[in-house]
Design a binder for this molecule. Structure first.
Ligand SMILES: CC(=O)N[C@@H](CCC[C@H](N)C(=O)O)C(=O)O
Length: 371
């Protein structure tokens, strides 16, 4: 595919971001683009709102898996691009539009010049939530291909174009979503003593939560608790009867996640007594750490270093990825692709440099030939 075609694909996908398991337009666009390639060595299978595309090898001894995520985020885009999101309140703010474009570019290349082994392209829905990897892994459709190794990429806004970065071992964290519903007693703003004010209670709870990280987690280990959304109240002079907190917990060790949840539940019990309220907790979707296999990371470093791409050794990050579930069952790795954006992941002005598409295609294709 030439550069202009790839840009048209990326910009078309950028305009139609859809949330997890609602990626209907995205699925149709992907299908149409793949069918236009008109290759006889590919087999397409729909799976929910995603796709599996098998490229048959010339003399297959194994099947290589390559996964891309396809969903967008509930963010209102604030860029001035002529190709900005056409879906109000939804945006490709985590680079999945670039991920898909790169996968299509590689698919085009690998199906035109097939390698010996089979390659299974997995266009996976719902990475941002509620998670598409686990249901794919337990589906009979996926099991039939017996994938031997697997890899994937994620854009990195802080790295320059022309670079890739990864490490052996843990690259991304264990994550758990966190939803907390507080119920107390509302009333008149002038009579706080007759109420159980859930705005004050939830605010104080947030401060207390942060002490789990500073006082209960080993300082040599790592943990993050972020509350990204707080909902409470109706008007300025009514004391709120309910409040809701939405957040996420991140740890580098699965055991630390257990410690944090136990401490959180202790705080809940204490708050229910101290503030005479009820607090319901729901952990939502949980993702397993991305644990890269050293053998494949070394092969990757070797493959890209033969080209003009720069390989950078990565540190572990507290981002989460349900690709971790694939790596729990199949050896492989994930890597960061430099896209040099002044705004980071999950930002309404994320502006990845599109030149990174070419680097991504080159790096992934080189790895497929090396494995
Ligand atoms: C790469 C990235 O940004 N991934 C997301 C994954 C979401 C996990 C889950 N929905 C949660 O919020 O815990 C991330 O936020 O790291």
């Amino acid at each position: 595919m030439i550069k202009n075609e790839l840009l048209t694909i990326r910009r078309s996908l950028h305009q139609i971001p859809e949330l997890g398991f609602q990626e209907y337009k995205t699925q149709s666009f992907l299908l149409e683009t793949i069918k236009k390639m008109n290759r006889s060595n590919i087999e397409i299978t729909k799976w929910k709102t995603g796709l599996f595309v098998l490229v048959k090898g010339n003399n297959p001894k194994k099947t290589i898996g390559y996964r891309t995520d396809i969903d967008g985020l509930p963010i209102t885009e604030e860029t001035d691009f002529p190709f900005k999101s056409q879906h109000p309140g939804q945006m490709h703010a985590c680079g999945h539009d670039l991920h898909m474009t790169i996968a299509l570019g590689v698919l085009d290349e690998i199906s035109a010049n097939a390698i010996d082994d089979n390659v299974l392209f997995i266009f996976q829905p719902a990475e941002e939530g509620p998670g598409g990897a686990e249901p794919i892994l337990s589906s009979d459709t996926f099991k039939q291909w017996k994938v031997d190794s697997i890899f994937a990429l994620h854009i990195a806004p802080e790295l320059p174009v022309g670079t890739v970065s990864t490490r052996a071992g843990i690259l991304f964290a264990n994550t758990s979503e966190l939803f907390l519903d507080f119920t107390g007693k509302g009333g008149h703003a002038a009579y706080p003593h007759l109420t159980k004010d859930m705005i004050v209670t939830a605010s104080s709870f947030i401060t207390q939560l942060q002490q789990i990280i500073s006082r209960k987690v080993d300082p040599l280990d790592s943990g993050v608790i972020t509350i990204g959304k707080m909902t409470a109240g109706t008007v300025q002079n009514i004391i709120a009867e309910t409040a809701r907190l939405e957040g996420t917990i991140r740890t580098l060790q699965p055991e630390t996640m257990t410690i944090i949840k136990k401490e959180l539940e202790n705080i809940i019990k204490g708050f229910e007594i101290a503030h005479d309220c009820t607090i319901e907790v729901d952990y939502g979707a949980m993702y397993y750490q991305v644990n890269n296999d050293k053998v494949y990371v070394d092969k990757f470093a070797e493959a890209v270093q033969k080209s003009d791409i720069q390989f950078i050794e990565a540190n572990a990050a507290m981002t989460g990825e349900d690709f971790g579930y694939f790596l729990k069952e199949i050896p492989g790795f994930m890597f960061w692709l430099g896209v040099d954006s002044p705004y980071g992941l999950h930002h309404s002005k994320l502006t990845p440099n599109e030149d990174a598409i070419e680097t991504g295609i080159k790096a992934v294709t080189a790895m497929m030939k090396e494995i």
